[in-house]
Design a protein around this ligand. Sequence first.
Ligand SMILES: *Cc1c(COP(=O)(O)O)cnc(C)c1O
Length: 419
Amino acid sequence: MQPDTRSVAPAAKPLGPVPAAFEAINGELAIGGQPVSHWVERAGGTPLFLYSRQMIEQRMAQLRAALPHRLQVNYAVKANPFRPILQLLAGLTDGFDIASGGELALVRAAGIDLARVSFAGPGKGDDELSAAILAGVTVNIESEGELHRALAISRKAGQRLRAALRVNPDFTLRGSGMKMGGGAKPFGIDAAQVPALARALIAEGAEFRGLHIFTGSQALDADAVSAMQHAVLALADQLAREIGSPLPTLNMGGGFGIPYFAGDTPLDLPAVGAALKDMFATIPPTLADTSLHIELGRYIVGEAGIYLARVLDRKVSHGQVFLITDGGLHHQLAASGNFGTVVRRNYPIAIASRFTQVPSEVASVVGRLCTPLDRLADNGWLPRAEVGDLVAVFCAGAYGATASPAQFLGHGPAREMLV
Ligand SMILES: *Cc1c(COP(=O)(O)O)cnc(C)c1O
C-alpha cells in the first residue's frame, strides 16, 4: 500500500442555496425573530431542529394565492409529523395524508378531524386498516387483496368502509427526484384494473371516495408539474367514465419540489397555478363536482426548518479541515446524501454563528458517527469556524428527524421546536 502523502487544500464544492427568507441578527442566523443561539439556549442545547411558524404560514399563503380556490391542499404527514406542526397546519390546510397506523395515532393525538384524513401506502396491516376504518379515515386502496381485506374488516366491525382507489398511472412526473408511478410499481393499482375494482367496491356497499393518483416528488420544473396534472385529470376522466360513477374526490398527487442543491431554482408556483386555472376552466363533466386535492409535504415545511449542531472539534487531516459537530446523519440522513440521492451533493449549510462573515476556508462539516458517510458538507467554502460555533443545515423541515436513523450509535434524537 502506498502511504497517502497528499496534503494540499482541496477545491471547494458548491453548497446548496440558502432559502432567501433567512436573515441575520447581530451577525447570527435568525429564525422566529431571534438569533439561533437564543433558541439553542431555550431548547437546552444542540442538536436542534427549529421550524419557523411564520415561514410555514407564508408558504401556505403563497399556495392559496397562486392556486385555484377550488383546489384543496393536503399535508403529507410523513414529511414532518412533529405535533406542533400538525396543529399549526390543521388551521391552514384542507386535509392530511397519512401512510401508517403510527401516523394515524399522531394526527389523532394532534386533535385533527379524522374525517379530513386519508391513508395511502402499500402493505397496510389489518390492525392499521381496522383503526383507520373505525376512525372514518378514507383508505386509499393499493391492491385487489387490500380491498378484500378492508371490506372484510369493515363488515366484521360493522363500520362502512370509506375508500378511494390509488391508481398506478402509465405516466410519471418528469424530472422528479423520486418516481412513484409509471410501469411496474408496488404503489397503487394498475390503471387498467381500476374500473373493475371500483365497481366491486361500490357493489360491496363501501363508500366510494374516488381516486388517488400520485406520480412523484421533488419536481422543480413547472411545465413538468403541469403536464403531470393535465395527464392526471385526463386519466381520472377516462376512469370515471369507465367506472360509470362520478368521483367524489380526486387526489391529484403533489410533487412540488424545493431547491436543495447548487443550480436548483425554485418551482414557478404562479405558472403552476395559472396552468391549473386553465385546466379547471375546461374540466370534463365527470369531474365537475369532484373535490380536487393536491398533497404536499416538503413544499410546505421543508424550507421552513433548519438543523443546528455545534462544532465539537476542529482538525486538519492531510491539509483538509474537518469541523466535527455534535449532529450528524442520524438526524440528517438526507443532507448526508444517503436518502434517495445517487450522487452526493451539498445541501445548503452555513456557520450560523457567523452567518454574515465572508467565507475564508474550505472545510468539511461532519457528524460524530464512526462512518465516512456521516458528512453534512463536503469541502464547503465557509467562514473559519472554531469549537463552539453553530452550524446550520437548511431545508431541514422535511424528511429530517423522522427520516433518519436516530438510534444509530446511541446518540439519540435531536430536540425539535416550532418557533
Ligand atoms: C411522500 C408522499 C407525499 C409527499 O411528498 P413530498 O415530496 O414531501 O411533497 C405525497 N403523497 C404521497 C402518496 C407520498 O407518498
